[in-house]
Design a protein around this ligand. Structure first.
Ligand code: 1HE
Length: 267
């Protein structure tokens, strides 16, 4: 392998496909025949992908094959578990989605069609969500007689509020793409078929940031947001000092002051 060849991505189960586009890695849920339902192999594959990302990958885009992002938990597997196994299974999902949320790089999720149950839990573990107009969101767990198990109780109330999550679970309410954008599920809303290109464009922009800033935003900011304010302010000061003292920041600041860096303008 030549010194400049990109490092290979981790081995994956057949239900996941990955490719590199320079510093961006694109991970595709590839189980369209089952509407990208998340079975054990797929969830474990997500965990190993994010745990084994090469250091020269700076951002990841997740998307789904076929008409839907994901139909959530593979319900066929659920019927085979007893109570103890179900707890272990949910904890396995927590581990896998923590590897997404607190993995090495920012993650952009491209959502279309059904983004339901565990599919919404996966999307909630990512940092930027792009919705195509076809996207809709639901938590059918209430209807199936089960409960969320992939971290939604923690992540979704922060994203959309506990009251909306209760409504989704108690009444089976679905939100369409416009509503999802309005309540904060997605940060970007694009035409059908345009999600992946938008996701990659955003990931490329993210990959240009100083790695330490991306670390601060994805690892430190969410911790500050959930700790007591007094500790949060101290943590923020420490992170700010660490980031600005970094040679990368020093160079970027100098570039701006010497008119080599772009200005912050309206897009
Ligand atoms: C599945 C699953 C699945 C589809 N597990 N096999 N999630 C749900 O309650 C959503 C269940 N799925 C659906 O409501 C629909 O499938 C969709 C609206 C997403 C798509 O409808 P459609 O008409 O395009 O597809 P389909 O005909 O319903 O499904 C195609 C195949 O995928 C079919 O299998 P086939 O062998 O008969 O062809 C379906 O059985 C299969 N399939 N969804 C297993 N979810 C950690 S806790 C998280 C808890 C949850 O995520 S609960 C939410 C579960």
């Amino acid at each position: 392998m030549s010194a400049s060849a990109p490092a290979p991505l981790p081995d994956l189960p057949p239900s996941l496909k990955a490719e590199r586009q320079g510093e961006v890695a694109v991970l595709r849920l590839a189980r369209a025949e089952k509407r990208n339902a998340l079975d054990d192999a797929l969830v474990l594959g997500i965990e190993s992908f994010f745990s084994g990302l090469p250091a020269d990958v700076k951002a990841v885009v997740i998307h789904g094959e076929g008409e839907h992002f994901s139909a959530g938990l593979d319900l066929a597997e659920l019927t085979r578990r007893d109570m103890a196994e179900s707890v272990a299974h949910s904890r396995m999902w927590h581990r896998a989605f923590e590897a997404v949320e607190f993995g090495p790089v920012p993650v952009v999720c491209v959502m279309h069609g059904a983004v339901v149950g565990g599919g919404l839990e996966l999307a909630a573990a990512t940092h930027i969500r792009v919705a195509e107009r076809s996207a809709y969101y639901a938590l059918p767990e209430g209807r199936r007689g089960i409960y969320v198990g992939g971290g939604a109780s923690v992540r979704l109330p922060r994203l959309i509020g506990a009251a909306r999550m209760m409504d989704m679970m108690l009444t089976g309410r679905t939100y369409d793409a416009d509503e999802g954008q309005a309540i904060g599920i997605s940060q970007y809303l694009v035409a059908n078929g345009g999600g992946l290109a938008k996701g990659i464009e955003l990931a490329r922009r993210i990959a240009e940031n100083a790695p330490l800033t991306n670390f601060a935003v994805t690892q430190v900011l969410p911790r500050i947001a959930t700790q007591d304010p007094a500790s949060g302010y101290v943590m923020e000061s420490l992170m700010a000092a660490i980031a600005s003292g970094n040679p990368d920041a020093q160079k970027r600041l100098k570039d701006f002051l010497e008119k080599r860096a772009p200005k912050t303008v309206r897009r």
